[in-house]
Design a protein around this ligand. Structure first.
Ligand code: NAD
Length: 290
């Protein structure tokens, strides 16, 4: 396939490289970063979009996506698919899909889970919103860049799935960290706590696969001085998107709201920026109730 790829940052560069390695003709564009091996460079957004069967975008936020989409959609050939893999607000995903469909194109929102490691290894999970035909067209590319693609529904459904998942993740990691800090103060050994919880009804991905306590459970960023991994500021971005969406549809999400407050304080006013999102554990350990 002829593929345009816009946004060659930490995630986009390895994803584009994997597509090129699989034999696709990939033309890339980024305002700042160079193209990875195997990807030819376009001079501008339109140059990456012009002949493409599929244009993939991997950009920082919804405002930038809207701006880039307004430039590239007029340059795309009729019938091509615009596939946005960024994590953005549901409204931006739907607005961009509307713009694309109005111009005779098809569109997917396809945010990912799996991080930079998953992007490099080609093991991402894609959560996809959009038409059946667009999903079928892009599925072979999802198979190259990832290990699983779930078609979640119409436009915006991929972003909705992503923010619901990450709202659960943020709240679960926060309560897992505060439980370890409570266990410390109760004199309960962390390894015993892990043995019990990881095989009892409190188990979760945060406890079992990504344990925030160093030296316990499988290897995780806690064992590497909380270097990310999944940075606290990216968790905060996703939690804020969840609260923006909850406000838009009048959904009551008190746990998500509290997790958002906690991560905002951690990133903006404490030492959380640049640390893994599981570094809430030393934060709780250092604090008392008041
Ligand atoms: P990044 O900042 O490393 O990459 C974004 C790239 O977009 C940059 O290289 C930037 O120069 C480029 N860009 C910005 N404006 C542009 C424009 N107008 N035209 C062309 N290029 C432009 O970010 P990332 O970590 O690669 O994340 C990308 C997206 O993936 C985000 O939406 C993020 O939330 C999501 N995501 C990231 C991770 C992760 O672990 N990094 C995990 C899952 C999802």
């Amino acid at each position: 396939m002829k593929i345009g790829f816009i946004g060659l940052g930490n995630m986009g560069a390895p994803m584009a490289a994997n597509l090129a390695r699989a034999g696709h003709a990939v033309t890339g564009f980024d305002l700042v970063t160079p193209c990875p091996d195997g990807v030819s460079r376009a001079e501008d957004v339109q140059g990456a979009a012009r002949d493409a069967d599929v244009v993939v975008t991997m950009l920082p936020n919804g405002a930038i996506l809207r701006d880039v989409a307004a430039q590239l959609i007029p340059a795309m050939k009729v019938g091509a698919v615009l596939c946005d893999c960024s994590t953005v607000d549901v409204d931006s995903a739907r607005a961009v899909a509307d713009m694309a469909v109005t111009a005779g194109l098809d569109a997917l929102d396809a945010p990912v889970s799996g991080g930079v490691g998953g992007a490099a290894a080609g093991t991402l999970t894609f959560m996809v919103g959009g038409s059946d035909t667009a999903f079928a067209t892009v599925l072979p590319l999802f198979d190259v860049m990832g290990q699983k693609a779930v078609h979640c529904g119409g436009a915006g459904a991929g972003q909705a799935a992503k923010i619901c998942n990450n709202m659960i993740l943020g709240a679960t990691m926060a309560v897992t960290c505060e439980a370890f800090a409570l266990a410390d103060k109760l004199g309960l050994d962390r390894a015993r706590m892990f043995d019990v919880v990881s095989t009892s009804s409190g188990y979760s991905w945060s406890m079992n696969a990504y344990c925030p306590a160093p030296g316990i459970g499988p290897q995780s960023p806690a064992d590497n001085d909380y270097k990310p991994g999944f940075a606290a500021e990216l968790m905060l971005k996703d939690l804020r998107l969840s609260q923006q969406a909850a406000e838009a549809v009048d959904a009551d999400t008190p746990m998500g709201a509290r997790a958002t407050e906690l991560y905002a304080a951690f990133v903006d006013n404490e030492d959380g920026k640049g640390r893994d999102f599981s570094a809430l554990l030393p934060r709780f350990v250092a604090r008392s109730r008041s």
